[in-house]
Ligand binder design. Structure first.
Ligand code: NAD
Length: 411
């Protein structure tokens, strides 16, 4: 299943609601630039392997390209193009002055020692260093990359340009120019959006049961914050297993268990469940927070939840989307639900450029404001066009991109 083809189907579906001005549609059907790099890495056993990596610069109408870097064995150009496209839409939805980009390396990092991972990360960043920069293209973490890797990237870039430019990458550790609240930003942003949605629908937090697929950066922080807020987290899965507790999982204890054992499986505070059917669990809200194509024609008709909050990028195929719409399931799309990550990345970039750092409360308040406004904008757009949140978010983003293109004289 081509992820990029799915992304383009979403674009076409939005254009059927409202065609963006000028050449925007034609321009957004492919990325502006694609870099494919290969680089050798010395492994601990003395051998050398050559890896392939990508950086896709999709669109920069609204500002420098922005988007994370993924290390995954299934990562390929098709996936990176789709993710870069979604970043273009997402930055416009949440109103940050960036375009869209994404990067990736085809690798299973779990098989690597820390030293190998550092050599791989630095080699990849050396390969793309000529094409990035704080005013050009700003990477960030994604699946299997983290603040430590972002610090190696920033360091490699400083060597390349001969001075420190921490704004070249976001999601860094606090000690080298990271922002408070960046680690939890995607989960926190998703939670602000869910809170707003339930408030608009007149629904109660305490009566809302949540199931989460994926327990990494996005899923884990969301689970912790939602639990603290009073939601009941009834099931959680990761790549190795799933745990269920209909009275509510003890999320803090589950996080400690995962930190100790590497997975959620075997947690004493719940029953083992089937990770392949976790999204079919009885609950009010499901939160895909792992990878693409998780809600498909195979399981869309079995979803019991009334709301899907897409913390992952591209978790719902266009065909599954249709089934969910028919069944009256509300999908809060990735380009809105997980935009908290790029919102706080923007705050980090601003802080790096000013050399002045904000308090956690300031970051949180600014994030809440942005996510609340983005939700209200998308809801209003959906009501105006009598359409879904996904199509509404795309229509709004396409209009904002078209405005920027027109202002630059790019039409
Ligand atoms: P991560 O590497 O921290 O975590 C990924 C999690 O997904 C892990 O717990 C892994 O075990 C789990 N997983 C993998 N395959 C699975 C499967 N088949 N079933 C269940 N779980 C599975 O990555 P992350 O940063 O949390 O990213 C997760 C998703 O959120 C991705 O789609 C990513 O693009 C998106 N996202 C992340 C950010 C961010 O700031 N990190 C921002 C926006 C969107």
């Amino acid at each position: 299943m081509s992820v990029f083809a799915n992304a383009l189907k979403q674009l076409e579906a939005a254009a059927a609601v409202a065609v963006p001005a000028g050449e925007t549609m034609a321009v957004l059907k492919q990325p502006k630039r694609i870099f494919e790099v290969s680089f050798p890495v010395h492994l601990d056993d003395g051998s050398t392997r050559v890896f392939t990596g990508y950086r896709v610069q999709y669109d920069d109408s609204r500002g420098p390209y922005k988007g994370g870097i993924r290390f995954h064995p299934q990562t390929d150009l098709d996936e990176v193009k789709a993710l870069a496209f979604w970043m273009t839409i997402k930055c416009a939805v949440v109103g940050v002055p960036f375009g869209g980009g994404k990067g990736g390396v085809t690798v299973e990092p779990k098989n690597f020692s820390e030293a190998e991972l550092e050599r791989l990360s630095r080699a990849y960043f050396r390969a793309i260093a000529p094409f990035v920069g704080p005013d050009v293209d700003v990477p960030a973490p994604d699946v299997n990359t983290n603040p430590k890797i972002m610090a190696w990237f920033a360091d490699e870039y400083a060597r390349y340009v001969g001075r420190q430019l921490p704004g070249v990458v976001t999601g860094k550790p606090l000690s080298v120019g990271g922002s408070k609240g960046r680690m939890s930003a995607t989960g926190q942003g998703g939670l602000f959006v869910l809170d707003e949605h339930l408030r608009n629908e007149g629904r109660e937090v305490a009566e809302t049961r949540i199931v989460i697929q994926g327990f990494g950066n996005a899923g884990q922080h969301f689970a912790r914050l939602a639990d603290e807020r009073g939601y009941r987290i009834v099931a959680v899965s990761d790549s190795r297993g799933a745990m269920l507790n209909t009275s509510g999982l003890d999320v803090q204890a589950l996080i400690e268990h995962k930190n100790k054992t590497g997975g959620v499986s075997g947690f004493v505070g719940g029953q083992q469940a089937d990770p392949n059917r976790i999204l079919e669990t009885e609950c009010e809200v499901i939160v895909p927070a792992a990878l693409e194509n998780q809600l498909t024609l195979d399981n869309a008709s079995k979803i019991q939840a009334g709301v899907v909050l897409e913390l992952a990028n591209g978790p719902t195929t266009p065909e599954a989307d249709e089934v969910l719409i028919e069944r009256g399931v509300v999908v809060i799309p990735d380009v809105l639900a997980n935009a908290g990550g790029v919102a706080v990345s923007y705050f980090e970039w601003v802080q790096n450029r000013q050399g002045y750092y904000w308090s956690y409360d300031e970051v949180r308040a600014q994030l809440e404001k942005r996510m609340t406004v983005a939700y209200a904008d998308v809801r209003q757009e959906a009501e105006a066009h009598h359409t879904t949140f996904r199509k509404a978010a795309f229509v709004m983003a396409l209009r904002r991109i078209a405005e920027a293109r027109e202002a630059r004289g790019w039409q």
